[in-house]
Write a protein that binds this ligand. Structure first.
Ligand code: XIL
Length: 316
C-alpha cells in the first residue's frame, strides 16, 4: 500500500491571483479537515525566489504557511524544491560573472540554510528539479553551464549533510513512460550512487494529458525501471489536463488516465505515494501555462468531484 495520497496546496499569498475568495472556507475544509489527504506539498513557498530573494537574505514566511499547517494536521510533508532553473531568484539568473567557486558557494549556502530551516519536518526534499531535456541530455541552466553535472552532486551532498533523515529526490516531468528522459534520470541516480552520494527517490511529476495518456503497462515499466536502480518512486505533481470545456468524453479519458497512473503506483512495490498538484480546478496552474486547457484536478469549481475521483478510488 501507499504511504500517502496527498494534495499540494498554495499559500494564500499565491492562490489569491485566482480570486475565488468565496471558496476558501470550503477549500480549506477539504484540504485540512476532510481526511481526503494524508500529505501535502507547498506549490510555491519554498522555491528559491521566495526563500532567498536576494543573495544571503533568507525569508521563510511564504513557505511556512503551508508547512506549518501540514505539521498541525499531522500530514506527511514533501518539501519542494532546492535547486531548480525556474522560479529562481533574479539575482542568480541575472549575474553574468559566476565562477565555479562562487556558484558552488551560493548553492551550498542556499541548500544548507533552507534544508536546515525545515530540518526534521520534510518526509522528502526535491533536491534537484527538472535538470533534464526531453532527449535525456542536461538542460542548459545557469547551474549546468557553470558547473556541469557537479551541481547535482553538490546539491544532494549538501542536503544529506544538513537533513540526513529526509528522503532526497530527483524530480522531473515526462518520466511516466519509458523513453530517453527516463534513461537520463536513471543516469543521474547511477551517477550519484557511483559517487556514494545519497539519493533516495525519483519524483515523477506526472503532469499528464487526458486526450493522449499512456497505458497502465507503460507506467508500470517506467516505475519498475526506477525502482530497479535502487530508489523509491513517488508521483509528486499529478494532474491530467484536458482541452476545455470539459465534456463527458474528455472526462472519461481523464478518469482512465488517473486510474492508470495511480494504479501503476499502487501495483509497483517501491512506489510509495501520490500527490496531486492541488485538488480544486480553479487553483490549478494549468490554465495559466497551457492555453485552452484546464480542469486537470479532482474537484470542479462547484466542488462536485470529477469522474476521475472515482477512477482514483478504484485504483487505490
Ligand atoms: C508551478 C506552480 O503550481 C505555479 O503556481 C507556479 O506559478 C509555477 O510553478 N513543475 C514543478 C512545479 O516542479 O513547481 C510547478 O509548479 C509546476 C511544474
Amino acid at each position: 500500500g501507499l504511504k500517502y495520497f496527498g494534495a499540494a496546496t498554495d499559500s494564500p499569498g499565491q492562490r489569491e491571483r485566482a480570486g475565488h475568495e468565496d471558496a476558501y472556507a470550503k477549500y480549506d475544509q477539504i484540504m485540512w479537515k476532510s481526511g481526503e489527504f494524508g500529505q501535502t506539498t507547498p506549490t510555491n513557498g519554498q522555491k528559491w525566489l521566495f526563500v532567498e530573494p536576494q543573495q544571503g537574505v533568507f525569508n521563510y514566511t511564504e513557505g511556512e504557511i503551508v508547512t506549518s499547517k501540514a505539521q498541525k494536521a499531522g500530514m506527511y510533508l514533501r518539501c519542494h524544491a532546492l535547486v531548480w532553473h525556474s522560479q529562481l531568484a533574479p539575482w542568480v539568473e541575472a549575474k553574468t560573472d559566476w565562477t565555479p567557486e562562487t556558484l558552488r558557494a551560493a548553492i551550498v549556502s542556499h541548500v544548507t540554510k533552507v534544508a536546515r530551516h525545515w530540518k526534521g519536518k520534510c518526509y522528502a526534499w526535491d533536491v534537484v528539479n527538472e535538470a533534464l531535456n526531453e532527449d535525456g541530455t542536461y538542460r542548459e541552466s545557469v547551474f549546468y553551464k557553470v558547473l556541469g553535472e557537479e551541481y547535482i552532486k553538490l546539491a544532494f551532498q549538501t542536503a544529506a549533510k544538513v537533513d540526513p533523515k529526509a528522503k532526497l529526490y530527483y524530480n522531473d516531468y515526462n518520466l511516466e513512460s519509458p523513453g530517453a528522459k527516463v534513461e537520463g534520470a536513471k543516469r543521474i541516480v547511477k551517477m550519484l550512487k557511483a559517487a556514494h552520494i545519497k539519493i533516495d527517490g525519483v519524483g515523477l511529476q506526472a503532469h499528464l494529458i487526458a486526450e493522449q495518456h499512456p497505458t497502465l503497462d507503460q507506467h508500470i515499466d517506467a516505475i519498475k525501471g526506477f525502482v530497479g536502480t535502487g530508489v523509491e518512486v513517488a508521483l509528486t505533481e499529478l494532474d491530467v489536463r484536458l482541452k476545455t470545456p470539459a465534456t463527458a468524453a474528455n472526462l472519461a479519458q481523464q478518469k482512465e488516465a488517473y486510474k492508470n497512473i495511480v494504479g501503476a503506483c499502487v501495483q509497483v512495490k517501491g512506489c510509495i505515494g501520490v500527490t496531486i498538484w492541488d485538488f480544486y480546478d480553479p487553483f490549478s496552474w494549468v490554465p495559466y501555462v497551457f492555453e485552452g486547457e484546464g480542469a486537470p484536478l479532482l474537484w470542479f469549481e462547484d466542488f462536485s468531484t470529477h469522474p476521475a475521483y472515482d477512477g482514483v478510488v478504484e485504483a487505490l
